[in-house]
Design a protein around this ligand. Structure first.
Ligand code: AP5
Length: 192
């Protein structure tokens, strides 16, 4: 299995680049944000619980998202690999993912970190709010809260993988196709 993490703050382009990467490399896209929004839409008990966190720009409890990822890995047991987007977001999630992959005799090949400055992130999310319909895009205060939570709770995840020299920084400020080329050049090197 060949597994990648696409890492970066809210609005850095993880969803945009994930769609292109899974098509090129035949990986399964696992976005905890997308999985949670599906639950929200269906108004499942998990979705109702998650909504209160998402609407405040807070993280959904670790056990909820780890459970979702564990089920998704089992459901796609014959996959050639996974692209994780928006997960792991805490050190506890990263440690849980390492264990889940170890059980499948696999691991993370690369963590691709999209670098984008905060003002550009907020601008992108304000623009996206016009069309996304996402409740957590509607308000700039919530967007800033998400950036804050990212810095405090999610950035340490990069340090976790840096210990194993798996983190590669890519300029996420460039145009979408240029960012994609930056990502694929690192992935192709790793595959070779
Ligand atoms: P999630 O859905 O994961 O959102 P996020 O990480 O906040 O990321 P976004 O989807 O906002 O941005 P993105 O990086 O995917 O950028 P995008 O490609 O859309 O999480 C939402 C919430 O769910 C969390 O706040 C939390 O509550 C909960 N949650 C999810 N996972 C969790 C977990 N593991 N643990 C706990 N809670 C969890 O791009 C943004 C915009 O910019 C788009 O309009 C796009 O068109 C544009 N754009 C993209 N690239 C470029 C470019 N190069 N140049 C110009 N514009 C660009």
């Amino acid at each position: 299995m060949f597994n990648l993490i696409l890492f970066g703050p809210p609005g850095s382009g993880k969803g945009t680049q994930s769609a292109k990467l899974v098509e090129k490399y035949g990986l399964i896209h696992l976005s905890t944000g997308d999985l949670l929004r599906k639950e929200l839409k269906l108004k499942t008990p998990l979705g109702v619980e998650a909504q209160q966190f998402i609407d405040k720009g807070q993280l959904v409890p670790d056990e909820v998202v780890i459970g979702m990822i564990s089920s998704a890995l089992d459901e796609n047991a014959s996959a050639r690999g996974f692209l994780f987007d928006g997960f792991p977001r805490t050190t506890a999630q990263a440690e849980a993912l390492d264990k889940l992959l170890e059980l499948k005799k696999s691991s993370i090949a690369l963590v691709l970190f999209l670098d984008v400055n905060e003002e550009e992130l907020i601008q992108r999310l304000i623009n996206r709010a016009k069309t996304s319909g996402r409740s957590d895009d509607a308000d700039e205060t919530i967007q800033r809260k998400r950036q804050d939570v990212y810095r405090k709770e999610t950035l340490p995840v990069a340090a976790h993988y840096d210990k194993f020299k798996k983190v590669i920084h890519v300029d996420g400020m460039a145009e979408i196709d240029v960012v994609f080329s930056g990502l694929t050049s690192h992935i192709d090197k790793k595959i070779a």
